[in-house]
Design a binder for this molecule. Structure first.
Ligand SMILES: [Zn+2]
Length: 166
């Protein structure tokens, strides 16, 4: 099955894992770190996180590929940077990331002009935002590069992060 079709059929995880095993018995991947500022709140949280607030987020995108190119790369770091940074700049940086069912929170932010809102289909915990990056965003922005993301870490602070992997 062609690689691109495998991606569409959701075989991403197995493919990536299988590549990592077969690559001369070494695990080969690259990672780039991205920083962005965003606001959010957690609906139903028992403490302070139920209030609108923000973080200086750090996202780490871990990528593997079918093979190394002639130079020895899985994916050029510059390309990884441009694809990921463009998406983050356009969608999450200086934006309120809110659960699409958080009607009260959405209404509050919409009151301010101008505003930027990204409606997430789940409560915007670090876990859910990392999962969204890995499963929804990375396959789209890495399409055609021959590389796939298999792990994302999203740091909300220097002490706390969520990690999701395929
Ligand atoms: Zn928070």
């Amino acid at each position: 099955m062609p690689f691109a079709e495998s991606l569409r059929r959701g075989h991403l995880g197995r493919l990536a894992a299988s590549y990592r095993r077969k690559n001369n018995d070494v695990t080969l991947s690259i990672m780039r770190r991205f920083t962005f500022c965003a606001g959010h709140r957690l609906v139903g949280h028992e403490g302070k996180c139920q209030n609108l607030h923000g973080h200086n987020y750090v996202a780490e995108i871990y990528v593997t590929g079918q093979q190394q190119d002639a130079i020895g790369r899985i994916l050029d770091f510059k390309l990884l940077k441009s694809r990921c940074k463009e998406w983050l700049d356009e969608n999450w940086d200086h934006t309120f990331v809110l659960w699409k069912e958080d009607e009260n929170g959405l209404a509050a932010i919409r009151q301010s002009q101008p505003h930027r809102i990204f409606e997430l289909d789940s409560n915007p915990t670090a876990e859910n935002m990392a999962t969204y990056l890995l499963k929804e965003v990375c396959p789209k922005i890495l399409e055609g590069t021959g590389a796939t993301a298999f792990k994302v870490r999203l740091w909300e602070s220097e002490e706390t992060c969520a990690e999701v992997s395929l």
